[in-house]
Design a protein around this ligand. Structure first.
Ligand SMILES: Nc1ncnc2c1ncn2[C@@H]1O[C@H](COP(=O)(O)OP(=O)(O)OP(=O)(O)O)[C@@H](O)[C@H]1O
Length: 318
């Protein structure tokens, strides 16, 4: 359903997303009020420990599952309120997916080129000549032109994933969702696949969300969002800046996410390093918030250790 999302410019916008699974009378809160905003054309990695809710979120964004409550808009589509027919159109035209299990992505009896062409054949969106040109373009962007006439069994794991991503974006979806695309690959092959995803993002402007627990993914994306206990908790933004000496350097800035109720999570290492627990003392400064260990009233600043300062992040334990 095309409705205007609350913030029309965000390509993916989730607010207070909740997903409760009930199995045999036992409730599991997989998503506990998750907020996420991804701008159009962005490339974002969503990282988090096993069980933190990453796959649950991706399943919702891909239109395969409905959340229990909250809002989720993808490319202007309200994923909570789609009818069956709209859901099929959404999955066909708006989002592309690549899954961890390579076998789930490609048909084993088709060649790489036939696999990539398949979504276009299914939607009858292009004539044969346009289709062939599109397949060639995609295989080239993904660096797998040499695999054109081979079947999946004749490809390496990394080549299979690159063909799978070419297939996922064949119909020019606005959003690409990838669930652990490097989960079955070694480090070097993973880096190749991630660079290929980045190339697709830059070439076609496809908004891309990669879900992973591979920390190396963070090196290949501009923005990493960490999910903890079914909520987004921290973000890292990377940018390259040229210093006074003329050399380009990569800067990484850490942010913590603050929700509408003013709650935020302190990084575990800050909590451990300063022995923060139970209650902390806060102080409001003109441009930041101080967080001190200890629960007794302060007579000055000197006696309590000061929390390391995270850029932009005011810190308070939730
Ligand atoms: N269909 C389901 N029925 C019941 N509980 C589920 C279901 N799917 C997920 N869960 C539970 O929801 C929580 C979040 O699971 P989810 O698969 O989203 O985490 P994840 O971060 O993707 O983990 P992993 O990295 O191991 O895939 C877990 O406690 C999981 O057991």
């Amino acid at each position: 359903m095309m409705t205007t999302p609350p913030a029309a410019d965000a390509e993916i916008l989730c607010e207070d997303l909740i997903r409760v699974y009930v199995t045999e009378g036992v409730e599991v809160q997989a998503l506990q009020g998750l907020d996420l905003r991804v701008e159009r054309g962005d490339l974002v990695a969503l990282v988090g420990a096993s069980g933190s809710g990453k796959s649950t979120l991706l399943t919702i964004l891909s239109g395969l599952d409905r959340p229990t409550a909250g809002t989720a808009f993808v490319a202007g589509w309200d994923v909570l309120r789609m009818t069956g027919a709209q859901r099929r159109a959404y999955r066909r035209d708006v989002v592309g997916f690549a899954w961890q299990q390579t076998a789930r992505n490609l048909l084993p009896y088709l060649t790489a080129a036939e696999n990539v062409a398949l979504p276009m054949v299914a939607t009858r969106t292009a004539r044969l000549r346009e289709r062939t040109a599109r397949v060639d373009e995609l295989l080239e962007v993904m660096g797998v032109t040499h695999c054109r006439d081979r079947r999946p069994a004749e490809l390496s794991g990394g080549e299979q994933q690159r063909v799978a991503i070419a297939t996922a974006v064949a119909n020019r979806p606005r959003v690409l969702l990838a669930d652990e695309p490097t989960g079955e690959l070694d480090e070097e092959t993973s880096a190749d696949v991630l660079e290929a995803i980045r190339h697709v993002n830059e070439t076609f402007g496809t908004t891309t969300l990669i879900v992973t627990h591979d920390p190396l993914v963070a090196d290949h994306v501009r923005r990493t969002v960490q999910i903890r206990d079914g909520r987004t908790s921290r973000e890292t933004l990377r940018r390259t800046a040229v210093g006074e000496d003329g050399h380009a350097r990569l800067h990484a800035e850490e942010f913590t996410v603050i929700d509408r109720a003013g709650r935020l999570q302190l990084p575990t290492e800050y909590v451990e390093q300063l022995g923060l627990r139970d209650r902390v003392r806060l102080g409001l400064e003109p441009d930041h918030v101080r967080v001190h260990a200890g629960t007794t009233p302060s007579t000055g600043h000197a006696e309590a250790p000061q929390a390391p300062q995270a850029p932009q992040a005011s810190q308070e334990e939730s």
